[in-house]
Design a protein around this ligand. Structure first.
Ligand SMILES: [Zn+2]
Length: 273
């Protein structure tokens, strides 16, 4: 990595630490937590350490996986086989985090197309929130770049507004980290240079100044890494196939390294009816 980019990253992370509000999250045996993941693996990438800490404290936790994950390797494996594979991986990840397979709820909307099922998705999420009555709700960050991630954010926030309940929302970044300067960035969505620069500035502001709730997960980082490794289809090349893409391919590994650190960050908002 370029020396100046490295220095800039260190500086931005230092600013984020300065404006952060410590560990405001509930970690008690009577806390209840719902985690919404667009795809099987996002819950581990974005907040696996936080989940493990809460599980150790005895909090009630459910992970809701919005889509079936069929699309990540569609050119290389039958969709139904991949769906089964990723579901089995999620159950293994659950055990590593200190949960059970029954703590995962699969809504099975079609991967890559959640936006086509918005109304049905809001209904399902609303029903889950009503049933579980969470104190905290984890969801992908509103600027998380990938369509299913941004859509999950919209769906969950719409469902929360429909309830008459207070809840703390914590938005975890995943693909937002695939922005300059953290990586060389994914620029394929930018139609021109000005939009690209503005988008980059907004991404930096979101990560550094809006994601101010942070959790030190160093005590359970080994559990998070074990849960991540349980997602074999995303971490290892299936059958040794060199064309099988894995998360370590993204930005030459810079992206994946963001999730192997001691800190998880969240944008926090307290919702009151
Ligand atoms: Zn995802």
């Amino acid at each position: 990595m370029n020396k100046w980019r490295r220095l800039l990253i260190d500086g931005l992370l230092a600013v984020n630490r300065l404006v952060s509000s410590g560990e405001p999250l509930l970690r008690t045996h009577n806390a209840s937590v719902l985690v919404f993941a667009p795809h099987p693996d996002d819950e581990v990438l974005g907040c696996g350490g936080t989940i493990a800490l809460k599980a150790q404290a005895g909090a009630r936790i459910k992970v809701v996986v919005m889509t079936d994950g069929r699309a990540s390797h569609r050119a290389l494996i039958a969709e139904n086989d991949l769906i089964k594979m990723r579901r089995a991986e999620a159950k293994d990840a659950a055990l590593e985090l200190g949960l059970t397979a029954e703590d995962y709820i699969f809504l099975d909307f079609e991967d890559h197309r959640l936006h086509q099922y918005r109304s049905a998705a809001i209904d399902r999420v609303f029903a889950t929130i009503e049933q579980f009555e969470p104190d905290e709700i984890y969801l992908p960050n509103r600027r998380d770049k990938i369509s299913d991630h941004v859509e999950t954010n919209r769906v969950v926030r719409a469902a929360v507004r429909r309830t008459n309940r207070s809840a703390r929302l914590l938005e975890y970044p995943v693909w937002l980290w695939n922005s300059w300067p953290w990586t060389l960035g994914n620029t394929r969505y930018a139609s021109d240079k000005v939009r690209q620069v503005l988008g980059t500035v907004r991404d930096i502001v979101e990560l550094v100044f809006m994601c101010r709730a942070k959790v030190n997960v160093s005590a359970v980082l080994h559990l998070k890494l074990a849960a991540l490794a349980a997602y074999r289809s995303q971490i290892y090349r299936f059958g040794g196939n060199p064309r099988w893409p894995v998360l370590a391919d993204v930005a030459d590994g810079e992206f994946l390294r963001r999730f192997k650190t001691d800190i998880e960050v969240f944008r926090r908002t307290d919702h009151h009816p």
